[in-house]
Design a protein around this ligand. Structure first.
Ligand code: CMX
Length: 440
């Protein structure tokens, strides 16, 4: 057993014992009550999942195993001469629940380098798609083709003790994370760079090598990728991509199937696709106003036009957060440090000053503040990556870190098949009339 796997097993054994005790003593305690509105309106606020890797506070934002984003930036390991955290270090923190040593981080970097080989049939599957296919579709097709490599699926077919499920899931998770940058970069270079592919650089860390394979060797872009891969990795368990991965995994679908399912959810415009929508919306605004630095009054008018045509303002609002997303703030700080005069970034900052009061004035939007997607595109465009349809693939590569660490825990803790109860409106009416006791 590898050193990190061994450490994980020891942690999981302790956690299993604790949870068993906790349920024995407190299993009947109630957390909250469910209202009809919650059942009809996206289950907001219903506590119904355990996700160990991170916890979201509506006011404060995300904490990964207790650490906020500024704390991660301070405490996690960096690349030589870098100042942004290495995603490898965050993965270790999410998986093991402790800050890693330098040795742990180097170990993960070398394991992911060693396991990064992608078989040719994956590229062939992507190549079979027409060039106008959306990059997220190409990416997920690549992941699905890679499912042939699943250790878990093979072990399950042979017959494996349920206590050991976590072990091949762990190996699948490490293989998958190691290979995703190569698949994502292949999609990018195929669609936008005339199939001119770039071989991995075995001397680089995971995020740095990803930047290199995409074709961006600028140190600033590599740092951006490390930050980007860290802050997009996890947002507790209820968001569509994390929840879907967890749900599909609960059927013992292997990590490739589970992750692909989750990423199909990330590809929706109310979730991860919002990052492409933001830049598309800003580009359209610039074109319609005939300027690359619109004034705040012009932005305000454009926002009103967007709202009155029945569209959402992309990058604003959140199902849980009620303040500016700290992931937005981390990216704004990166922009102010590396590109303070960049017109697109300045436009994002002007939008930040303009949009919240307008959304607030509508009276129905619970959170008028920007989320993670409001900023990411402007930083990418600064370094030359203007192909905004690709942006959600970057989000997807990062999100693998969180959902895979969680999936390993799901199997190690023996979590059950997820199967909540649903009702029909007819049964609700009968229950309201006192004619049926459907839920008791
Ligand atoms: N622009 C316009 N209207 C908005 C809005 C926005 N940015 N955010 C919310 N609203 C509207 C909702 O559509 C809803 O309208 P109706 O009552 O007419 O249906 C109303 O305000 C209340 O919504 P809410 O309770 O505040 O928000 P929800 O929890 O239902 O939805 C979210 C959250 C993110 C889907 C929503 O804010 C939105 O559509 N934002 C824009 C898309 C976006 O940026 N998504 C990315 C989120 C982060 C991520 O997952 O990556």
């Amino acid at each position: 057993m590898g050193r990190i796997k061994e450490k994980f097993k020891a942690k999981a054994d302790v956690a299993n014992g604790e949870i068993k005790e906790l349920l024995k003593e407190h299993g009947n305690k109630k957390i909250g009550e469910v209202t009809l509105a919650q059942i009809y309106q996206g289950m907001r606020g219903i506590t119904g999942l355990v996700t160990e890797t991170s916890l979201l506070d509506a006011q404060e934002g995300i904490r990964f195993r207790g650490y906020s984003i500024p704390e991660l930036q301070e405490k996690l390991q960096k690349a030589p001469n870098g100042s942004e955290p290495l995603p490898e270090a965050l993965f270790y923190l999410m998986l093991i629940g402790e800050l890693p040593t330098d040795e742990d981080v180097n170990h993960i970097t070398s394991v992911w380098q060693r396991r990064s080989h992608v078989p040719n049939h994956v590229f062939a599957a992507i190549d079979a798609l027409p060039l106008n296919t959306h990059p997220m579709t190409m990416f997920v097709v690549g992941v699905m083709a890679l499912q042939t490599e699943s250790n878990f699926a093979k072990e399950y077919a042979k017959g494996i003790n349920k206590k050991d499920y976590w072990n091949p899931v762990y190996d699948d998770a490490m293989d998958l994370i190691a290979r995703l940058p190569r698949i994502a970069a292949y999609v990018y270079r195929r669609k936008y760079k005339n199939n001119d592919h770039i071989q991995p650089n075995g001397l680089l860390d995971w995020g740095g090598n990803f930047a290199h394979m995409l074709g961006y060797d600028d140190e600033g872009f590599k740092e951006l990728m490390r930050l980007y891969m860290t802050i997009h990795a996890d947002h507790e368990g209820g968001n569509v991509s994390a929840h879907t991965t967890h749900l599909v995994g609960s059927a013992l679908s292997d990590p490739y199937l589970s992750y692909a399912a989750g990423m199909n959810g990330l590809a929706g415009p109310l979730h991860g696709l919002a990052n492409q929508e933001v830049i598309k919306w800003i580009f359209e605004m610039q074109e319609s106003l005939g300027t690359d630095l619109p004034a705040k009054e012009q932005i305000a008018q454009y926002v009103q036009d967007t709202l009155s045509s029945g569209k959402v303002v992309p990058g604003y609002g959140h199902a849980v957060l009620r303040k500016t997303d700290p992931r937005f703030t981390a990216q704004m700080e990166f922009g102010k440090k590396h590109m303070p005069e960049d017109k697109l970034c300045r436009t994002v900052w002007n939008i930040y000053e303009t949009v919240p009061p307008i959304l607030q004035s509508l009276g129905k939007i619970k959170n008028p503040w920007p989320n993670v997607d409001a900023h990411s595109g402007a930083l990418l465009v600064h370094y030359g990556m203007a192909e905004y349809e690709f942006y959600t693939v970057l989000f997807a590569v990062s999100r693998a870190l969180g959902v895979m660490a969680s999936l390993i825990w799901d199997r190690a803790l023996g979590f059950a098949l997820e199967r909540p109860k649903s009702v029909t409106t007819e049964s609700v009416k009968q229950w309201l009339d006192g004619k049926a006791e459907i839920w008791e």
